[in-house]
Design a protein. Structure first.
Length: 247
């Protein structure tokens, strides 16, 4: 409507010109890259999986997806390699099994995603002293190194091991279950993901980011701009995304 008034023509004419427009996507020269990868969604069944270079901030590759899968992330990395890129490292979220999918390429799990996982288990404002201490410990992750964090986590576990092993009996069935199951899950998540939480530190010479924040911020900017164009058809929305991401 705003463009129609600005250029004194019908809405249909504006739509037709948009449909005829082809975004200019400049070819990219293969080089050494550190790949950030993540997926964002618009409703159910429509998302964009993006592969971005942390060194130059260039977007390298994207897929329109229904679901985020390890197979597609692996496919994207393989496609970049086939195009001649040398992948120095990968930064991804904490999808189960994803970090093990890339052979000898170093993989950094996004620490922000790990913190969010812990928050889901113990809540944003935990009440149990053990949960409060774990939250404080996890908040230090971005400011410390592997040895310090692993040592602090081990100290936390030794302090609260008996508490974590407490069991409650179901009166109706007579069976017992862990009383603090969600806190145990939070701890287990940290232990399971530890091999990939400090890859940036293990390969400090590569200057690997410890989060996917650069790509998440890009997604947020894209979504904000698309909100100004509510009602776009899927085809036009995809054309807008093509032009915005330039890939």
């Amino acid at each position: 409507m705003q463009l129609s008034k600005k250029y004194n023509c019908s809405i249909r004419t504006i739509q037709r010109k948009i449909d005829l427009h082809q975004p200019t996507i400049n070819p990219k020269k293969p080089r050494e890259v550190i790949v950030l990868m993540d997926t964002t969604y618009w409703g159910r069944g429509f998302g964009v999986m993006l592969f971005k270079d942390a060194i130059t901030k260039d977007n390298l590759l994207k897929y329109y997806v229904r679901n985020e899968t390890n197979f597609l992330y692996k496919k994207g990395v393989e496609e970049l390699v086939s195009k001649g890129y040398t992948i120095l490292a990968i930064v991804s979220d904490g999808r189960k099994g994803l970090a093990q999918s890339f052979g000898s390429i170093p993989v950094q799990m996004c620490q922000f995603h790990q913190v969010a996982t812990i928050r889901r288990y113990i809540t944003k404002n935990p009440k149990l002293p053990a949960s409060i201490e774990l939250k404080e410990l996890v908040s230090m992750m971005k400011m410390t190194d592997r040895e310090s964090f692993e040592g602090a986590l081990n100290d936390w576990f030794l302090k609260w091991e008996e508490f974590l092993n407490e069991r409650t009996i179901n009166i109706e069935t007579g069976r017992s279950y862990y009383t603090h199951k969600r806190l145990r899950s939070a701890y287990r998540s940290l232990k399971s993901n530890m091999p990939w939480l400090f890859t940036w530190y293990d390969y400090i010479e590569l200057n690997i980011p410890n989060t996917t924040n650069a790509i998440d911020g890009h997604f947020a900017d894209l979504k904000n701009k698309l909100r100004n164009h509510n009602g776009l058809s899927l085809k036009r929305k995809m054309k807008f995304i093509d032009a915005f991401l330039k890939v």
